[in-house]
Structure formats: structure tokens, C-alpha cells
Ligand binder design. Sequence first.
Ligand code: FAD
Length: 537
Amino acid sequence: MASQRARDLGRLRREEYDVLVVGGGATGTGTALEAASRGLRTALVERHDFSSGTSSRSTKLVHGGVRYLEQAVKHADRSQFQLVREALRERAVLLENAPHLARALPLLTPIYGALELPYYFTGLKLYDMLAGRANLKPSRLINRDHAMERFPMLRHEGLRGAVEYHDGQFDDARMNVTLALTAAREGAVVLNYVEVTGLVKEGGRVMGAVVQGGLEGDGGPVEVRARVVVNATGPFVDELRRRDDPATPEILETSSGVHIVLPARFSPPNTGLLIPKTEDGRVLFLLPWLGHTLVGTTDHPAPVQEDPRPSEEEVAYILRHVRKYFDLPVERSDVLSSWSGLRPLVRPEALALVRDEVATHPGAAHSAGGAPNATARLSRDHTILVSPTGLVTITGGKWTTYRRMAEDTVEVAVHHAGLTPAKGSVTAHLKLVGAEGFQDDGGARLAGEFGLPADVAVHLSRSYGDRAETVARLAATGLSERLAPEHPYLEAEVVYARDYEYAHTADDVLERRTRLGFLDTRAALEARARVEALLQG
Ligand code: FAD
């Protein structure tokens, strides 16, 4: 019997599509789900793995953007308020549709100056107000003792109190593969390790793309026919736009954001911390995440590249700030892993050059003209362009708003290609794979039924939702060993990822189906040979 991949490649060869999405990050998989769930014939191709780009390297917050709210207030900018409000609405949608992968997280903003207190309290109350019915919990002031109790690692000298507010937190890479799986459930063909190498044009219009599979046995290039091609390639949108028109100006400016991971003892298990302004004006988060502590981020202008790596300087910058804001002796040797991601931000000046192509640009952007971290002040708003040949490009935005971005993109694609979807958008109320029968009992039922250790049961339940039982059953067939002694990941997950979640390489499993590679580089290295053997088995 042909493998799932061979069948999917066969479909790409034979079928004609309404929508072909290029890029399998948050934006592309979200767009494929939006299109397929509206009854459009949809295909998606990703040249590496789903979320191998920016979408696995985020801060993992589902948020309206406290920092963008500050920009909105400072510039009295209505469109920025609008963006925050919209993101807060999407925050609620994401938490509702993927409750196994995302949940509310309390965050503290420590207050050291008397004037900061009314400033941050009013700001966060405004954040609540903008969320309206979608608010997670009211923000409140807490006194110094309470703040120290909640976050004992905080620097206590000069501390006056803290403002507590709530945002969402999620597992970005698992969310990404879940979107791909849900798009497939809705009828889309989704393939990773398939690259678009050229566009097919007829009568001056883009009518498909030439794609090439990158795995052994994939065969030669395939011409995929589609009425509209959506360029959702994140930091690489200019590359595909140039394949369409070599003379088109570059529209992106990318900035790199670095995070480090520290052991669990650097944060309490269920409270995060936001330093709204470091000495050089950046925002710094210290968050509990998957039993560890996530700290970041930096924001530096950086060139577009595959797999960007953090520099020692960037890691040192974060450690310096951890020492400054927390009463924590922290050493370079405490860093379990670090990673870097590229933000695809649209340059307003460049946008002016392609004004005729702009399909929607709801928010204004602010350029700080050459300041060292000017990228921090560019808008996170999304932009949709339609080139003269009909190539639809979607970029900018953020993880939290992927669904709204997808809805807007499909709307534009439908309009420009004259498509007739069977129905309007349903994704605001569409449960993602794993969500339907999920109950957050902290893994208790799974632990009881399968005799799993508590940490493993919680992990399986919150990673796979109602599919966790299938993984647990697989584990019971002799695949219940841990991949690394101090982590809850099981051998069964490798086989499950291979058979049900499009995993092909050890990196797919270690970095993105499980998050071992993001949490603990050494443990991932030690587990690699076992993972490779299981993938081949
Ligand atoms: P990507 O994830 O980069 O996906 C693009 C994909 O296209 C890649 O996988 C690439 O391989 C593929 N591709 C490129 N060319 C081709 C081709 N020719 N053929 C096939 N495939 C191709 N947002 C939040 O909401 N919350 C956060 O906490 C948050 N934190 C962030 C922290 C950092 C450091 C950064 C950088 C971003 C953060 N964001 C956050 C924003 C969010 O992560 C991004 O907006 C989002 O992940 C971008 O997704 P994307 O799909 O557009 O790009």
C-alpha cells in the first residue's frame, strides 16, 4: 500500500486546486485551514518542516500586546488600539479552539518607581477594557510582600508592588502541526519537505507552482495547478515575490529575537514576569514553560537566513538582565538551550512603492528611523498584497492573530480569483484536532487508566488532547521508555509523530513534535540516536 506521503504527492500531481498555500508556519497552515474549511480545494507545501521557521521560536504568548498598547497610548493611535482589541479577541478564540495547547497565564509587572504604579495599573486596566468580554481575569495591584511571595526570584530592593494581569500561553510548534492536521481533516493536502521552486504562469497570471519534494523517493518536480497561489513564506516572502517579478522591491525588514531556557528553579510554576522596559527600552519576559523557565527576548535588526542562531553576545545580554532584575545568581552554564527567530515585519516605506498591490492594511505603522531597535516599533499588523499577476502575499502579524490573518487572506484570494467557497468563515468556532474531547484534569484519568507517572500524563494530555489515549496505548506496546531521563517524552511519541504527525527527521521529533531540543540541547543530543532508530523501525 502506498504511504500517506506518496498518496499526497500523487494528489498534488493529479488534482487542480482553488488555493495553493506556500509556507507551513502559523500563517500558511492557518490559511490552508481557513480555505479548506470553507470548502475550497486546498493544498499546502512547506519546504522544511511545519514551524521550522519563526513559528516554533516565539515567546509562546497568546496576547493582545501590552507593548503595542503602550505605543497606541503614546501616539494616540486609534488603529493601534484596534489592533490590540482584535488580538485580544483572537486570544480568546485560540484558547477556546485549542484548550489542550493553550491556557491563561498570570503575569506580574514589578513596580519600582512611584510614578510607574499608576502608569502600569491604568495601562493594564485599559488592556482589560479593550478585551471586553474576552478578558481572561481582571488585572489588579498587589503589594510588595504578595509580589515577593508570588515571584520569590524578583529583585526585592526598591520593589513597591506589582500589577498582575493575564495573557495566554501555548506550545507554538505543536499548535502549528495541529493546524496542519486540522487542515488535512478538512480536506486539504498538506506536505512538508516540498519546496516551491517556480511559479506557473498563463496569460500573465500565476496559475500554480512547480514544487519539488525533498525526501528520498519523492521523485522529480511536479507542476501544481491552482487558481490562486498564496505566498505565506514568512521572512522569505520577498524571495517568492521576486520569482514572480524580479524587479519588485523588497518589502520586509527582519529582526531577530533570542530566547534562552533555564531550569525550573528560576521561575514559579504558574506565574510569569514582564519587565516592560529594560535600560535600553526593550521588553523582557521570564516565563514558566513546559517545566522550565523561558527568558527573552532581544530585538535586533538581522538579515533573512535559514535557521538563525543566537550569538553569545545576545545570550550574555539576556543573562545580564536576569541578574539585574532578579535576585538570582545565574551562570552561562545554567543555560539549557537558546534559539533565535526572525520577525517578518513590513517596512512602511517599501509598502508605499507597491501601494497598488495592497489589499488590506488596517493599521498604521511607525518607523523610528534608524534608532538601534527601530524594529521594536514597527507595527505587528499584517499586510496582504496582490501582485499584478495575482500572487497573494500575506505577511507580518503575529501568532495570536494567525486565524484573523488567514480569514482576511482567503477573503482576498476568493475576491481576486473569483472563487466560490461553499460557505463563509467557520474557523472562529472550529475546534482543532485534539480539542473536541479534551478535559483538563491534569492528566489524572490518563495516569489512572494507563499507570503513567504524573508528569508524563500531564504532558501527554496537554500535548495531544483527546489523542493522548492513542499515544498512551502505543506506549503500552513496549514503547514506554523516556527519551531522556529528566523529561516526560516517551518513545511512543516518536512512532506517533512519524505515523500521524508528518514527522520525518529526528529534528522534527526533537524540536517540534516534542520540544526537547528547545528545552535541553544536551538531552536532545543524547536522545537523537534512539529517535532515529525509532523513526526507521
Ligand atoms: P514562518 O513561521 O517563518 O513560516 C514561513 C515558512 O515558509 C517557513 O517554514 C519556510 O520554510 C517556508 N518557506 C519559505 N519559502 C518556501 C518555499 N519556496 N516553498 C515552501 N515553503 C517555503 N507572536 C505571538 O503571537 N506571540 C508571541 O509570543 C510571539 N513571540 C515572538 C517572538 C519572536 C522572537 C519572534 C521572532 C516572533 C514572535 N511572534 C509572536 C510572532 C510570530 O511568531 C510570527 O508572526 C509567526 O510565527 C510568523 O509565521 P509565518 O508563518 O508568517 O512565518
